[in-house]
Write a protein that binds this ligand. Structure first.
Ligand SMILES: Nc1ncnc2c1ncn2[C@@H]1O[C@H](COP(=O)(O)OP(=O)(O)O)[C@@H](O)[C@H]1O
Ligand SMILES: [Mg+2]
Length: 414
């Protein structure tokens, strides 16, 4: 039985470019009736959720429309916009569409009153080609592969929390994961697994958030896997449960390490004026931030020794970037060093070799130098070792670049 159509207005608070398309939809009817009204639906595997939701094709676009309370939809759309402004991977909002229905009668102590009854809709664009979370619970899907998905979700947590954002509803259903081609400076494109925040009703955006709130988000996510286990068990789908001790330890451990590295990284960027993330991509471990800092301080020391004047850290960072970092990345590329490390970028190699140099020097009790560190690194971790003649030519070129930093580090006071 279909209720008579309400005559009250439909309010569109949507981006201009979507207005035409969205106006063609039958907003006076609940979205659950749209299929019977002939609206073209798209089949999408979706996570569990509380609200009615439809995936509809209008023209070239697929809109995802979620029906919920008026205030909640307003809040959710505002949140999506704010998240995007802060560079968080999330859904692209088209806007809110509201239908006003007959007011609700409510009994109060002073008699009957009428309350506005507005039905809200959160409209977003379809995020397509996501990795279905059912991948995660296939028997053949081993921990090594699961880790890649956990890494993407951990990165999302770190991004959110470093921006002072509390999610409040973190779960596997509310985080969609997909492969993205990203630009990496000095190397070109690279494919990365990225997690997107898809359910933003509960999101709260502050300047910073407490350790307790951060922990609550992560705990909630871990708990959500237990509910999922129970659901899957009931449906008879479950084989290896999710959220095993191995998963939990990995997620908690990696999250803390990456969050700490990111805090230090942000401080470092503020102090040096370097945009490290654009330069190097994400630094993965705190020691990388420390080493980068050490390299720049060495370069500053070297410049100050040599120069007629004192250089501050911002100037030194810029000089290090132009005189050491860029030439080395370029040398790596010209000499095709990344060829021995499929999937790694020149800047990642630079960071890893620097880290290797640090540990090797610790082991030897003295600074082993950039050349020795590079050669040892390639021999230990590369797919195939280059010929000796390659190394002779390569060493010569590299030495002309790092001579400055090397000279500096060899004599720099501790
Ligand atoms: N724009 C979108 N693109 C792709 N999938 C989506 C999109 N919006 C929602 N979904 C899917 O629908 C599910 C339910 O949406 P969600 O916003 O989480 O609703 P609820 O508030 O009811 O939990 C999500 O888990 C996700 O799988
Ligand atoms: Mg949800």
């Amino acid at each position: 039985v279909i209720a008579p159509e309400s005559k009250s207005p439909i309010v569109f608070q949507v981006d201009g470019i979507f207005l035409e398309d969205l106006k063609t939809l039958p907003w006076r009817r609940p979205i659950e009736e749209w299929k019977d009204l002939g609206i073209r639906h798209v089949h999408v595997r979706r996570g569990v959720g509380r609200h009615p939701i439809v995936f509809v094709q209008v023209g070239r676009r697929v809109f995802v429309i979620k029906e919920l309370g008026y205030e909640d939809s307003q809040k959710e759309i505002t949140n999506f916009r704010e998240l995007l402004n802060r560079g968080i991977h999330t859904l692209i909002p088209a806007g809110c569409v509201t239908r006003e229905e007959e007011p609700n009668e409510v009994d109060t102590q002073i008699g009957k009153r009428f309350e506005r009854n507005r039905v809200g809709h959160t409209v977003t664009l379809l995020l397509d080609r996501v990795v279905p979370d059912s991948q995660l619970y296939r028997r053949a899907f081993k921990f090594e592969n699961r880790k890649r998905i956990w890494d993407a979700i951990i990165d999302l947590f770190v991004e959110l929390h470093s921006h002072g954002i509390y999610w409040g509803d973190a779960s596997l259903a509310n985080a969609l994961v997909k492969f993205l081609r990203v630009d990496v400076p000095y190397i070109g494109k690279k494919v990365e697994l990225k997690a997107f925040l898809v359910d933003a009703e509960t999101v709260e955006i502050h300047d910073s958030i407490s350790d307790a709130l951060r922990a609550t988000d992560v705990e909630f996510f871990l708990e959500s896997m237990e509910w999922l286990n129970a659901d899957l068990m009931a449906e008879g789908i479950l084989r290896d449960p999710l959220g095993t001790k191995e998963d939990v330890d990995y997620i908690k451990g990696q999250y803390e390490v990456k969050f700490e590295a990111n805090v230090r990284l942000l401080e470092f960027e503020k102090r040096t004026g370097l945009n490290v993330q654009r330069l190097l991509g994400k630094l993965r471990v705190p020691v990388e931030v420390d080493l980068l800092q050490k390299h720049i301080e060495e370069h500053k020391w070297y410049l100050n020794e040599r120069g007629e004047r004192q250089f501050d850290i911002v100037e030194a960072a810029k000089r290090w970037h132009d005189e050491v970092f860029i030439p080395i990345c370029e040398l790596f590329r010209e000499e095709e060093v990344p060829r021995y490390f499929p999937g790694k970028t020149a800047s990642e190699l630079y960071m890893e070799i620097m880290t290797h140099k640090y540990f090797l020097s610790e082991e030897h009790g003295e600074d082993v130098g950039m050349m020795k560190a590079t050669r040892d690194y390639v021999e230990r971790f590369g797919t195939a070792g280059p010929l000796a003649s390659f190394w002779i030519a390569f060493s010569r070129k590299m030495l002309t670049i790092v001579r400055t930093a090397e000279t500096g580090s060899a004599v720099m006071p501790k």
